[in-house]
Ligand binder design. Structure first.
Ligand SMILES: NC(=O)c1ccc[n+]([C@@H]2O[C@H](COP(=O)([O-])OP(=O)(O)OC[C@H]3O[C@@H](n4cnc5c(N)ncnc54)[C@H](OP(=O)(O)O)[C@@H]3O)[C@@H](O)[C@H]2O)c1
Length: 239
């Protein structure tokens, strides 16, 4: 395979939400620990070299909608990709037009320290690439206007040695990769909680111009009951 093996690993409420008031419940806190243990922590089930996040997820959790500190008068950067440091694990950020206000090339999640890789398209301008270079953040360019999935994934494998990649949300990112045929497995941690919010994101969300809405099937591989009524479900994608 020219791309990494890809599993989508997510924590949801019983009604498939990935964000919202249910997150403040103790059941969700317990489920977050289960979620973390399965893919991170000391003895994880999945041994991946990177996890992939959509631009909104990164802004919500790590860059907090800061404006990037760009220098419009920066000298032109060399063409093509930029590889700063190699690492054991990477946070792979899908940021097609270069919006995220990174402050550092390192990101800490629980007890995991990762190096950031930005996945850009040709829409990202010179000043943004210059900022990434100044911060020592690697970037790859995949696609003109739209993300070229195959190229991005091939580069992640060839340039950074990512053999297994976690697709880590949000719903827009997950669904776009699934619709593009770029997901092999779904790992779902189901917390015994719900709320009825109408406008919070779900596990999978189509976005106009980004992803189609072709329904797909899943084949159940494993069901495991964890502590406190939390379920861990693993499925293969049927297409
Ligand atoms: N419960 C969980 O396990 C979990 C996990 C992760 C995230 N979350 C939550 O999910 C929420 C965000 O989810 P979301 O679905 O609204 O947003 P998202 O998937 O995080 O980000 C969507 C954005 O990412 C970029 N993007 C994603 N796929 C792309 C593609 N195929 N091609 C080009 N660009 C692409 C686009 O950025 P541009 O708009 O810049 O073009 C798009 O608008 C956050 O609140 C986060 O905390 C929960």
């Amino acid at each position: 395979m020219k791309r990494p093996y890809i599993f989508c690993h997510m924590l949801t409420s019983l009604n498939g939400k990935i964000m919202g008031p249910y997150m403040d419940r103790p059941e969700t806190e317990a489920a977050s620990e289960v979620f973390y243990r399965i893919a991170f922590g000391q003895a994880p089930y999945y041994k991946h070299q990177g996890w992939l996040s959509g631009r909104v997820t990164t802004d919500d959790n790590f860059t907090f909608y800061e404006k990037p500190a760009i220098n419009e008068a920066a000298d032109p950067v060399p063409e093509g990709d930029y590889i700063a440091d190699l690492a054991d694990i990477y946070y792979v950020s899908i940021d097609p037009s270069g919006k995220l206000g990174w402050q550092s090339s390192d990101l800490v999640y629980g007890d995991t320290r990762a190096k950031v890789i930005e996945v850009l398209t040709e829409r990202a301008d010179n000043a943004y690439k210059d900022l990434l270079r100044r911060l020592g953040i690697s970037y790859i360019i995949a696609g003109e206007d739209q993300l070229d999935y195959g190229l991005a994934l091939e580069k992640l494998k060839d340039l950074f040695g990512i053999e297994t990649l976690m697709l880590g949300g949000g719903g827009i990112l997950n669904w776009s990769f699934i619709q593009a045929g770029m997901c092999d497995e779904l790992s779902l941690v189901l917390a015994p909680v719900a709320d009825g919010s109408r406008d919070t994101p779900s596990l999978f969300q189509a976005k106009e111009g980004l992803s189609a809405n072709k329904a797909i099937g899943f084949q159940l591989e494993q069901v495991e009951e964890k502590e406190a009524g939390i379920l861990w479900l693993r499925y293969k994608l049927q297409g």
